[in-house]
Design a protein around this ligand. Structure first.
Ligand code: NDP
Ligand code: PYC
Length: 337
């Protein structure tokens, strides 16, 4: 038997939709989730593609997640849009919030979108790309569960806390980076554990605090930050900005709230948008040119821009479809029985 299955992007979307709806997810949430899962599979971000169907259905079955709650909007200040997801997944709240964020960033120069009370499983690049598609600079950050030890420690305090940034580039793909502040996303360690593969040293510690190459031991112990004390400080900043500052759970509080259910982390998210037209006025062209000079100085010496691999995968997948691990397809089909 082949160990991969060939699917079109429409088939990826359909499989995700069917598995979610069969397990009780409301149709609007299922559509928003299936869209982001398809984008993840398309861009070959395997930790946040079809694999997340298993995680979302497991979370639904835990009873923690609302499959139907609708987001509500409030405006605590002109520059702040606050969306309460009411303990549903974050993506409908995001769909509601991005147009409001764009409108306020254009009016004020800078605006913030706060999503609260949401279960959050997704990669952040689709979110900052959606902001950059409007010609704005975007940033996004979110906590997760306290799986990551601070640099110099051995017990989980931080989430895997991704940070994403997008800079719009007229006529071409935006400059985007999106990374966990842990050495790697937890989803990637979970995929190694599923496939019985070792992980590199530097990703995790076992329960005794010893560096390990055993994925299962790292999942049971603590993950490590990227870049030592620097990743540790950024992870702390995200706990503060997208937890304490917005009045939502930190990763430690989210893990306590989970109470062993093993659901997707539940907390808040902070997105920021900056309008270059407002910052630069008549100097807009010059500002955008400076950015292009910077990107050129990177690529002209053979280095690559972040997201270049992803954009190439996107082109390939849109043309040829995707190859998905057959065990994963089997496990998703079991959710339909
Ligand atoms: P990676 O380490 O795989 O990649 C991080 C970033 O670095 C990407 O933008 C990537 O671009 C870029 N990059 C990688 N190699 C190079 C290179 N040689 N030169 C230039 N740029 C490079 O990601 P992580 O494992 O840290 O995170 C994966 C995903 O997991 C993210 O999308 C993140 O949002 C998501 N995540 C979500 C969480 C949540 O709570 N919702 C929690 C943690 C992670 P490219 O993609 O093109 O390789
Ligand atoms: O892969 O670290 C991760 C993750 C946490 C929440 C969603 N993805």
């Amino acid at each position: 038997m082949s160990d991969t299955v060939h699917l079109s992007l429409a088939q990826v979307h359909d499989l995700a939709m069917r598995a979610l709806i069969h397990n009780g997810m409301g149709e609007d949430h299922a559509r928003a989730i299936a869209q982001v899962i398809t984008q993840g599979q398309r861009d070959e971000c395997h930790s946040h593609g079809l694999y997340r169907v298993l995680v979302c259905v497991g979370s639904l079955r835990s009873g923690k997640v609302s499959p139907v709650a609708q987001p509500t909007v409030s405006h605590p200040a002109p520059s702040i849009i606050n969306i309460d997801a009411h303990r549903a997944y974050s993506l409908l709240a995001l769909e509601t919030g991005v147009p409001l964020l764009v409108e306020q960033a254009r009016a004020l120069g800078v605006a913030a979108l706060v999503i609260r009370n949401c279960f959050h499983f997704s990669a952040l690049w689709p979110e900052v790309e959606a902001i950059a598609a409007h010609g704005l600079v975007g940033m996004a950050m979110t906590p997760s569960h306290a799986w990551v030890a601070p640099h110099g420690g051995s017990k989980g305090v931080f989430g895997t806390n991704p940070l994403a940034f997008a800079w719009p580039r007229p006529g071409q793909e935006p400059f985007v980076f999106d990374f966990a502040t842990s050495a790697i996303a937890r989803g990637d360690i979970e995929l190694h554990a599923r496939q019985g593969k070792p992980i590199p040293l530097g990703w995790g510690l076992d329960a005794e605090g010893t560096p390990t190459t055993d994925a299962q031991a790292a999942l049971g112990g603590a993950m490590q930050t990227f870049g030592g004390h620097k990743g540790s400080a950024l992870a702390a900043m995200i706990e503060l900005m997208a937890g304490a500052l917005i009045g939502d759970m930190t990763s430690a509080q989210s893990l306590t709230f989970d109470g062993g259910a093993g659901a997707t982390p539940c907390h808040g998210e902070l997105l920021l948008a900056f309008d270059p037209k407002r910052f630069l006025g008549d100097d807009l062209e010059q500002g955008l040119q400076s950015a292009e000079q910077l990107f050129g100085a990177i690529t002209q010496q053979g280095a690559r821009l972040p997201s270049q691999r992803r954009f190439a995968a996107r082109q390939r997948s849109e043309r040829d479809g995707v190859f998905v691990d057959s065990q994963l397809i089997h496990d998703i089909e079991q959710l339909l029985v």
